[in-house]
Design a protein around this ligand. Structure first.
Ligand SMILES: NC(=O)c1ccc[n+]([C@@H]2O[C@H](COP(=O)([O-])OP(=O)(O)OC[C@H]3O[C@@H](n4cnc5c(N)ncnc54)[C@H](OP(=O)(O)O)[C@@H]3O)[C@@H](O)[C@H]2O)c1
Length: 256
């Protein structure tokens, strides 16, 4: 039987691949057979270490590259380096992001611009440059990291974050329509709270952790591993008739 979830023979570029969610997804899709390229703004030595750890754990090919997704030349040079080594990019996961929280009425507009620069412009640049390669190859799957904040607002200084994720959601749909004639699919994963370095303080604060668990029907906090199944699904042939969707991985939050 053919395994429709198998990612063997697929090359996956994970932008923001050294972050909390990016690292978890990179390991998971490597376990599913993919060749994984970790691209991130962090120092190349750190990226090489992460790539080596994944290769040691799964036995599958990995590569590490430095990228600034807000810079078209930087993104293009990553795509060139990956295609030179592996010939193609079948899956692109955009797992970078920024969240600067400020009360809306005090929000400094330079910080607002920084949020849109990374979360929205960075997503557009990655989709545009990888999308061109995928168009030429006649196939591909792009997966953007959105959030439950794409469709549900939140308190706590999250106006810029929610606005950027709303933008990522509609950008995903629009790119999906434009790229569909080229057999390139564009979808998003919309997590609720996932415990990473940036959110570990929530897990460590009993009151906060209790609040988040209480608003989540499945009654627990999310982990990067919780996103792996959806990433494998969206990257694989199993989802070949799905494009333009945000799949919310939220323990039931948006259902309540
Ligand atoms: N964690 C959650 O609860 C949660 C929930 C819903 C959605 N999300 C979304 O999931 C994505 C990943 O979140 P995360 O928690 O894994 O964040 P993270 O741990 O901060 O990882 C993001 C990674 O992206 C890198 N990055 C930042 N700017 C970049 C740029 N210009 N070019 C390339 N890489 C860049 C970061 O590097 P630096 O560390 O050097 O900046 C970091 O390694 C984000 O889009 C986030 O909004 C997260």
């Amino acid at each position: 039987m053919i395994d429709i979830f198998d990612l063997s023979n697929k090359v996956a570029l994970v932008n923001g691949g050294a972050g909390g969610i990016g690292s978890g997804i990179s390991l998971g899709i490597s376990q599913a057979g993919a060749t994984v390229v970790i691209a991130d703004v962090l120092h190349i030595d750190t990226l090489n270490e992460k790539a080596a750890e994944i290769k040691a754990a799964t036995g599958n090919e990995t590569m590490a590259l430095n990228v600034d997704v807000t810079n078209e030349k930087s993104m293009q040079s990553v795509v060139d380096a990956v295609t030179e080594k592996y010939g193609t990019i079948d899956i692109c996961i955009n797992a970078f992001g920024l969240n600067i929280k400020n009360p809306a009425l005090e929000y400094p507009m330079d910080q607002w611009d920084a949020m849109f620069n990374i979360n929205v412009k960075g997503t557009m640049i990655a989709c545009k440059i990888v999308g061109k390669l995928m168009k030429n190859k006649g196939k591909g799957s792009i997966i953007n990291l959105s959030s439950v904040r794409e469709v549900r607002g939140y308190t706590g200084g999250n106006s810029a974050y929610c606005a950027t994720k709303g933008a990522v959601g509609i950008l995903t749909k629009t790119l999906a329509i434009e790229m569909a004639p080229h057999n390139v699919r564009v979808n998003a994963i919309g997590p609720s709270l996932i415990i990473t370095q940036g959110t570990i303080h929530i897990q460590q604060n009993p009151e906060l952790a209790k609040k988040y668990k209480a608003e989540t029907p499945l009654g627990r906090l999310g982990k990067p591993e919780d996103l792996v199944g959806t990433a494998v699904f969206l990257g694989s042939e199993a989802s070949s008739f799905i494009t333009g969707q945000t799949i919310f991985v939220d323990g039931g939050l948006l259902a309540s």
